[in-house]
Design a binder for this molecule. Structure first.
Ligand code: GLN
Length: 534
């Protein structure tokens, strides 16, 4: 039977529940346990695929093509394992299955209710995730007290009967705010939040307290007393300069030991965290730095390009340089000029995106990078803009466009393939999840990966139009990666340029702090070379 660690949150959102869950996962995995992590999102959307990046930040995609909350990205980066559709549960998913079963008559005439039908469906999914695992960590999205989170809290409360009290542990992440006027940290919101949890029948075993200032022993004792946990179970998580320091900090406070103790699991082996220590050390103390411009269209939301920024950091860690990211809104390139926005950068990255806005700024950016020999990495939409720019300015295909931006274009160098058209209301199905890609010998892509065949994750509708392939290749743009199953162009690059490469997939989704993505590593390597600091 797997052991379950439930992570809830109180007082406010954005307390870093995801990082706490991921860190506990890391520590348990480093002790040799088989760990899985699940994110529960109480919203009604079936998945995160339809969500606006301005509201929700990036959509993370797994190998099996699930469009998920960005916390899954944290989990994968921390536990260094690929997750799948089953690692994400939403209210939308639960209700869809229950209603579908009800229509089939599977409930044999019973009145279908939140308790037990919805709560049972939740528990079935959690129990299934425990197959072949020692630990399942379950993060409940939202904050205790939210109406829509109640069925999930009830389900995890019932899990202590279903899985056995000795197999479940509740960890509550809460805030200890600093009151400037009183010059004091305040514990009352935490007490109230724990009371709210207890009111619905959950007695937290461990409290993880977010603070901006160190807590005193007295304060920890007070929280312990009021919230009925032992003082050792009051853990503090101060703001850290990098999230990768959190597992180290939690280990120092013996959180992993506590989890094992409360769940009666014996384990002599201490986790070997030397690789994490090196990641943190290099992130904080790298002697030199490069600056990369991130020219995107959702720059205002700090999490819209979360995995891209993390992948850049990972690449910096691999080279022992600090990567500074200059966020540039592509519409500002259009209005304020490319030179002004990109002056002095050592490399440029154009990430993914949807729709028309800002794409001309991206095309101008590509030209700037190509003509001024600045290393450029294009991801998905970024790669598509590299192809359009080349078609327009080097092949002189006036009006070369993507069908997404201009359905009537005469030169749709990026197009919607026939088999995709009119499958869904948005005008085509998405290519989602992992696809194999063959790399062409002698290319930068082949060199960077050091492999002939790779697998990368996709999330896009439009494709490179093979009608124009010959023309673009004759003009010097090299196709260096082809989808193994279908004749689709996956990577383009420009021989002779210091580093100019675009991929139709999202390499950032597979980058991990201890295994940086090969293209990001090669790209940052080129930026270092450009700056002349290698
Ligand atoms: N909007 C483009 C497409 O659908 C690119 C998508 C992306 O960058 N993820 O093909």
């Amino acid at each position: 039977m797997a052991k379950y660690v439930f992570i809830t949150g109180g007082v406010v959102s954005s307390l870093g529940k995801g990082i706490t869950a991921a860190s506990i996962g890391t520590l348990l995995k480093k002790r040799g346990f088989r760990v899985s992590i699940i994110k529960v999102d109480p919203y009604l959307n079936v998945d995160a695929g339809t969500m606006n990046p301005f509201q929700h930040g990036e959509v993370f995609v797994t190998d099996d093509g699930a469009e998920t909350d960005l916390d899954l990205g944290h989990y994968e980066r921390f536990i260094d394992e690929s997750l799948c559709e089953e690692n994400t549960v939403t209210t939308g998913k639960i209700y869809s299955r229950v209603i579908e079963r009800e229509r089939r008559g599977a409930y044999l005439g019973a009145t279908v209710q939140v308790i037990p039908h919805i709560t049972n469906d939740i528990q079935e999914r959690l129990l299934k995730a425990g197959d072949g695992r020692d630990f399942v960590i379950v993060e409940i999205g939202g904050t205790v007290g939210d109406i829509e989170g109640l069925p999930f809290l009830e389900a995890i409360r019932q899990m202590s009967d279903r899985a056995g009290r000795e197999n479940v542990l509740y960890c509550h992440v809460t805030l200890i705010p600093w009151l400037e006027a009183a010059k004091e940290l305040k514990t009352k919101p935490t007490q109230h939040s724990v009371q709210e949890l207890r009111r619905i029948g959950i007695l937290p075993n461990i409290l993880v307290c977010r603070t901006s200032y160190p807590m005193t022993e007295d304060m920890k004792n007070k929280i312990a007393l009021f919230c009925s946990v032992p003082p050792e179970a009051v853990i503090e998580t101060p703001d850290e300069p990098t999230i990768y320091r959190v597992p180290l900090s939690l280990h120092r406070q013996k959180l992993d030991r506590l989890v094992l103790k409360y769940l009666s699991v014996s384990c002599e082996r201490e986790p070997d965290l030397s690789d994490w220590e090196q990641v943190v050390d290099r992130f904080m103390n790298a002697p030199k730095s490069v600056e990369i411009a991130l020219v995107g269209k959702y720059i205002q939301h700090k999490d819209a390009y979360l995995s891209v920024v993390e992948a850049l950091y990972h690449a910096g860690i691999a080279h022992n340089v600090k990567v500074k990211v200059r966020s540039v809104e592509s519409t500002d390139v259009e209005t304020k000029g490319v030179e002004a926005m990109l002056e002095g950068v050592d490399g440029i990255l154009i990430p993914g995106g949807f729709g028309n806005r800002g794409i001309e700024g991206m095309i101008v950016t590509v030209r700037h990078a190509r003509e001024n020999e600045i290393p450029l990495l294009g991801i998905c939409l970024g790669m598509q803009m590299m192809v359009i720019e080349y078609a327009r300015n080097v092949c002189h295909l006036a009006g070369a466009h993507s069908q997404e931006m201009d359905p009537a274009t005469v030169h749709p160098v990026i197009h919607l393939m026939e088999e995709q058209v009119s499958i869904d209301k948005l005008g085509g199905t998405m290519r989602l999840g992992a696809y194999d890609c063959d790399l062409v010998p002698g290319t930068e892509a082949r060199r960077a990966y050091g492999a002939d065949r790779i697998s990368e994750r996709h999330r896009h509708r439009y494709e490179f139009n093979n009608t124009y392939r010959r023309r673009l290749e004759d003009a010097g743009l090299k196709v260096s990666g082809i989808c193994a199953e279908r004749d689709l162009v996956e990577i383009v690059e420009l021989p002779g340029h210091p580093w100019f490469l675009g991929g139709q997939f999202h390499g950032e989704l597979k980058s991990r702090p201890i295994h940086p993505h090969p293209l990001f590593a090669a790209f940052v390597g080129a930026a270092i070379k450009k700056k002349g600091i290698n």
